[in-house]
Design a protein around this ligand. Structure first.
Ligand code: MN
Length: 248
């Protein structure tokens, strides 16, 4: 028996197959020359595959979030948790997240005995990805709330320091504690973020986070492409940002 604890440990999907950010966790590999490959694939908001086809088709089962799928010549369809999509052998199609929500699906693909692989085509353009009704109206300004965080108590801020921080590929920050609230947003790459005692999440470009004051941050681990983020340090008069690495 092998228990898999979820997509937080996935590897970045191959760039030639994806527009945006996606992570793949192998659930089951085909046996020998034939069999079925099962992957759990997480797409960041707006991310999608390129146009592609599978020699023996594919079944998708949405396990989190909301996404989109389209077969060549058909409309862009919404897909949600619990829904599945059956793609015919050789049918050109793409699948991915919705513009505003991440999406995770299982991808179940029979592997051909003759070794024929999936074929990638052109990228799905923004025009193809957006539905016609969404291309009509282009707002002059768009705003979305990424985080609305109440602090545990009224907090005195006299200064805010913003740092751009880069962590090299596969480097882990290690358990650490900050002396004030830290807010951040990922610019490039991705990391696994975990507040001690809470579930781990994957953060990618555009995602935001809050490291609470005085609380153990168990993981801030760059994935295989490294991670660059902006960190906003809220400081009181005369206070400097400080970080501690407690022993377990
Ligand atoms: Mn596919």
């Amino acid at each position: 028996m092998r228990i898999s604890r979820g997509a937080a440990t996935g590897v970045a999907a191959p760039a030639e197959w994806i527009t945006g950010r996606a992570w793949v966790e192998r659930i089951a590999a085909p046996e020998a020359a034939a069999g079925t490959e099962i992957d759990s694939v997480r797409f960041a908001p707006g991310a999608r595959t390129v146009w592609h086809r599978h020699p023996l088709g594919q079944t998708l089962v949405v396990t989190a979030g909301a996404g989109r799928v389209q077969r060549r010549g058909g409309p862009v369809e919404d897909i949600r948790v619990g829904e599945s999509v059956h793609i015919e052998p050789g049918e050109w199609h793409w699948h991915g997240a919705s513009p505003t929500s991440a999406m995770t699906h299982l991808a179940i693909e029979p592997i051909a005995q003759d070794g024929a692989g999936s074929e990638a085509g052109a990228a799905v353009t923004d025009r193809e990805y957006r539905r016609e009704d969404e291309t009509e109206v282009v707002a002059p300004v768009s705003r979305s709330i990424l985080l609305d965080q109440t602090l545990p108590a009224l907090y005195r801020t006299h200064r805010v320091q913003i740092r751009r921080i880069t962590i090299a590929p596969s480097q882990a920050a290690g358990l650490h504690v900050h002396n004030g609230p830290v807010f951040g947003s990922i610019e490039e790459g991705s990391c696994v973020y975990q507040i001690d005692g809470e579930p781990a999440v994957v953060l990618g470009a555009g995602d935001v986070f809050h490291e609470p004051e005085g609380v153990g941050i168990a993981r801030f681990d760059a994935q295989d492409e490294g991670v660059t983020f902006l960190g906003y340090f809220l400081l009181d008069t005369g206070q400097e940002p400080a970080i501690e690495f407690p022993d377990r």
